[in-house]
Design a binder for this molecule. Structure first.
Ligand code: SF4
Ligand code: SF4
Length: 269
């Protein structure tokens, strides 16, 4: 006895039977479509009108790779680890003179070319992870589409421009251990401040004590005692009539003692 249609497996069923089961009730597909339309027509649209409206991307979006070339030592680690081999680096060696007389000359690598082919890059971030000198960073910049695929190889100048769009690193946790670099810088600053303060105190101690007038003698009484103040209290070296005062300083900056000496010399001559 042959199995009934319901006992047969889907592959054993005839095409006519399969059509009967999938076709369903007439007009049910139309009703489903209308239901979806009705459900979504009252929801807010999620379409972004780029480029008229810029998309609101998270600040740490992996848009493109920026290069901080001052940190790059041309160690080639990023180029070796890149799975797509899309990082191109050229460099040459330079001899650096010794830092101190009698020292040894050193050689260092100088970067000539650093380029990334973004047509090949798969944005895995391995190059950024492996760079031991923090020379590569993710930038959220994403508007670098080109009409020619060959123009997607970007050189160091462009990679450096993107570096300035890299967001600031997040701050440390309040209870986190102080970064080693910051601790070393703070210690050095404290030490320099202590040394400067000690030098200032030592210089202050070595200064000879300055002669100071007794507190009960005012400058006018000192002048009166030495006979240099003008009669009537004029301290400018002139009397009230405008004549040079007997005890005051003379016009031209000469003192009464010097004038007397000159008179004596004239008399001797
Ligand atoms: S992100 Fe990945 S694929 Fe792109 S350059 Fe870096 S290592 Fe290569
Ligand atoms: S790993 Fe970093 S330091 Fe080394 S070549 Fe690449 S970018 Fe430069």
């Amino acid at each position: 006895m042959s199995p009934t249609p319901s006992e047969r497996t889907p592959s054993e069923r005839t095409s006519e039977e399969r059509g009967r089961t999938t076709r369903g009730v007439f007009g049910s597909g139309l009703a489903k479509g209308l239901a979806v339309t009705l459900r979504t027509m009252t929801r807010r649209s999620v379409t972004e009108h780029y480029p008229d409206v810029q998309p609101d991307l998270p600040p740490r979006t992996r848009g493109v790779i920026g290069l901080f070339e001052e940190n790059c030592t041309v160690c080639m680690l990023c180029a070796r680890e890149c799975p797509d081999w899309c990082i191109y680096i050229d460099s040459h060696k330079e001899t650096v003179p010794p830092a101190a007389p009698g020292g040894r000359e050193r050689s260092r690598n100088v970067l000539d070319r650093f380029a990334i082919d973004f047509a090949l890059c798969m944005y895995c971030g391995i190059c950024i992870e492996v760079c031991p000198f923090d020379a590569l960073f993710w930038s959220p910049e994403f508007e670098y589409a080109e009409t020619d695929i060959r123009e997607l190889t970007h050189e160091r100048d462009k990679l450096r421009e993107w570096m300035w769009t890299v967001p600031e690193p997040p701050g440390l946790d309040e209870r986190a251990e102080e970064a080693k670099e910051l601790a070393a810088a703070r210690k050095a600053a404290d030490k320099a401040a202590q040394t400067a303060e000690a030098e200032r105190l030592a210089a202050h101690r070595e200064q000879p004590p300055q002669e100071t007038a007794p507190a009960h003698e005012s400058p006018s009484s000192q002048e009166a005692a030495s006979g240099e103040s003008a009669p009537g209290g004029a301290a400018t070296g002139e009397s009230a009539s405008g004549e040079p005062a007997p005890g005051g300083s003379l016009p031209g900056g000469s003192t009464p003692g010097a004038a007397r000496d000159e008179d004596r010399r004239d008399g001797d001559a």
